[in-house]
Design a protein around this ligand. Structure first.
Ligand code: SF4
Ligand code: SF4
Length: 81
């Protein structure tokens, strides 16, 4: 099972200061999401094989193609220090 970053307001590029959604002009929180969700650019950049806990491990979904800058649907976050 792939564990991924949540597609909720806290990871959305439309979230502004004060928990204001720039798209809908309402206050949101971490429990919400919508069809206009846009992953924050910084988080998008973080997701590639090098930051995947499966990289160079036996549970990598694409061991022949895995490389820095690549990404697949089985990406999983590494344990936080
Ligand atoms: S666009 Fe949708 S997911 Fe993004 S902050 Fe607004 S309500 Fe949340
Ligand atoms: S190919 Fe997929 S599972 Fe393998 S390291 Fe890259 S993102 Fe992770």
């Amino acid at each position: 099972m792939a564990i991924r970053l949540a597609h909720n307001c806290i990871n959305c590029d439309n979230l502004m200061d004060g928990n204001l959604c720039a798209k809908h002009k309402v206050i949101v929180n971490t429990h919400y999401t919508c069809d206009s969700f846009e992953m924050k650019a910084a988080l998008k950049d973080e997701r590639n094989c090098v930051t995947c806990s499966r990289y160079e491990n036996t549970d990598c979904a694409n061991p022949d193609k895995a490389a820095p800058g690549m990404l697949c649907a089985s990406w999983a976050p590494q344990a936080q220090a």
